[in-house]
Ligand binder design. Structure first.
Ligand code: BG6
Length: 490
């Protein structure tokens, strides 16, 4: 693989610099990229936080976080020495545009550098931080701003944030993160679909029976429960990650890899989603919440116990039947599901092809299973195609379903970078293709808002499921009604 050139000199300001995301994801990702010599020596990381830390104290926290979040053989004391030289820490109360002198001074004289403001803070601070940067004249033509999710909790609040940030930055300077777009296998979906001619003629109604997208987690909500209880799985996972997976699976071939070419095709999918509303919400959606159970033989408490015993109607699991109203996907349902405390961490896209139109192998004697393409996102990333084959041997046909199974780890014997490594580099290089444009966020919220309004107006309650299973029984019924079943439920 060609060695990438270092990115032009930059100042990366991380707002929320002492927070969980910075410590767990951003700083380890930057350390890896530095190790691969992608930063020039003068490039800086300026962490901004509310806490009163000296630079020395902050560096000690970062070093500790790197030890925790990197594999043992990935931490390197010599590199840490040079990496830590890049890092500065500033204490600023970003809720007000006053008293930003520390940042103004630090950035003064470096106007020609790429200047990225990464907002790893609560979304309620996105507007105030953008305003603070503008009021202190810290935005120039080289500036970019990165917004973490959640971007609001509905279309109205997302629009408000986008309006506030939009008053300070141009749309092409705004990078809205969905970390799923930085995952290698998600990107591989584009390679699979558009660098092979094999699948395209079959990637449509007539050949595809239906599509299943599963993003299952075995973890619970952990220490985010207060936040999560106000949000739920539909907003936390479907509005962004699963919607993006639907887009990449269903979109037409873009004319090029140019960011707007790709995003123009994705938005068409979002706009073609058949709305789910009060009339259709019960037949097309399932909400679940975990009760106590066991994950890999460890007992785990119920969601409501984690909440301190309070009742809650927040879904920790959601399944949807989604229809895309266009020529390609007419009558080809996409079934989506995601949840916490499911049996295992496991994400995949399954494209189920139709039965053969006429079987020369009578059903009574042969079990001919239709072809299936499985794109495994995590763990054990890869692609599997199931085909029917004849078992070797005399005495007529013995048919069996077999797999062509490509494991990326075995095929490409290289380390898989974390999604944040790629996304940070894309921001620094100024390529917004893997980030969401405002119209995409709006269209995804519009679809999600209608479901939430439907749930509220029909008073749709959560169904419980035992932690460590594949979700509530309603999830199986959703497919069962259509004569189908979820895969990987073993
Ligand atoms: C985040 C959600 O966006 O994605 C979390 O807020 C979820 O609730 C996480 O756990 C899952 O990401 P990954 O990369 O572990 O699949």
């Amino acid at each position: 693989m060609a060695q990438l050139l270092p990115v032009d000199e930059f100042d990366l300001i991380i707002f929320g610099g002492t927070g969980d995301l910075a410590m767990r994801k951003l700083l380890p990702a930057l350390f890896h990229r530095d190790r691969d010599q992608q930063f020039t020596s003068a490039s800086r990381i300026i962490a901004v936080g509310r806490s009163k830390f000296s630079r020395k104290q902050y560096l000690a926290t970062v070093e500790d976080a790197l030890h925790k979040n990197l594999d043992d053989d990935e931490f390197d004391a010599t590199l840490w020495k040079s990496f830590s030289k890049r890092i500065e820490y500033l204490q600023i109360d970003v809720s007000s545009p006053k008293n930003w002198d520390g940042l103004t001074k630090t950035l003064a004289g470096h106007e020609d550098r790429i200047r990225v403001a990464y907002l790893a803070t609560a979304p309620s601070l996105f507007g105030p931080i953008a305003k603070g940067l503008k009021a202190n004249s810290l935005i120039n033509a080289n500036s970019r701003i990165v917004l973490e999710k959640p971007l609001g909790r509905d279309l109205a609040s997302a629009s408000e944030i986008n309006d506030q940030v939009g008053k300070c930055f141009k749309e092409n300077q705004i990078y809205r993160i969905d970390h799923y777009l930085g995952k290698e296998t998600v990107q591989n979906l584009l390679a699979l679909r558009f660098a092979n001619s094999l699948f395209e003629p079959l990637w449509r109604r007539g050949a595809v029976d239906h599509v299943q997208i599963t993003v299952a987690e075995d973890l619970g909500v952990g220490n985010r429960i207060e936040f999560y209880d106000r949000v739920g799985a539909l907003r936390d996972m479907v509005q962004n990650h699963l919607m993006q997976l639907v887009c990449l699976t269903a979109m037409e071939a873009p004319a090029s890899l140019h960011h707007d070419a790709v995003r123009d095709e994705k938005i068409k999918v979002l706009r073609a989603l058949r709305p789910i509303d009060a009339d259709s919400v019960r037949s097309n959606t399932v909400r679940g919440q975990y009760t106590a159970g066991a994950i890999k033989s460890d007992t785990v408490p119920a969601y409501t116990d984690e909440l301190g015993g309070d009742e809650s109607n927040t879904e920790t699991f959601v399944a949807l039947k989604v229809e895309i109203d266009n020529w390609r996907w007419s009558n080809v349902p996409f079934y989506l599901r995601t949840g916490k405390r499911l049996k295992s961490k496991h994400s995949e896209i399954v494209v189920q092809f139709q039965d053969v139109p006429h079987s020369i192998f009578p059903e009574q004697e042969y079990n001919v299973v239709p072809n299936r393409l499985t794109i495994r996102l995590q763990p054990d990333e890869g692609v599997k195609l199931t085909l029917m084959a004849k078992e070797p041997g005399p005495g007529g046909f013995n048919l069996r379903s077999v797999s062509l199974d490509l494991s990326f780890e075995e095929t490409f014997d290289i380390r898989y970078p974390d999604a944040y490594e790629r996304l940070l580099m894309e921001v620094l290089r100024g390529n917004p293709a893997l980030f969401m444009r405002r119209d995409e966020v709006d269209a995804a919220w519009k679809f999600i808002d209608s479901i939430i309004e439907g749930w509220e107006s029909t008073n749709q309650k959560v169904e419980t499921y035992v932690a460590g299973t594949w979700g509530p029984s309603g999830s199986s019924s959703l497919l069962d009604r259509d004569g189908r079943a979820w895969y990987a439920d073993d």
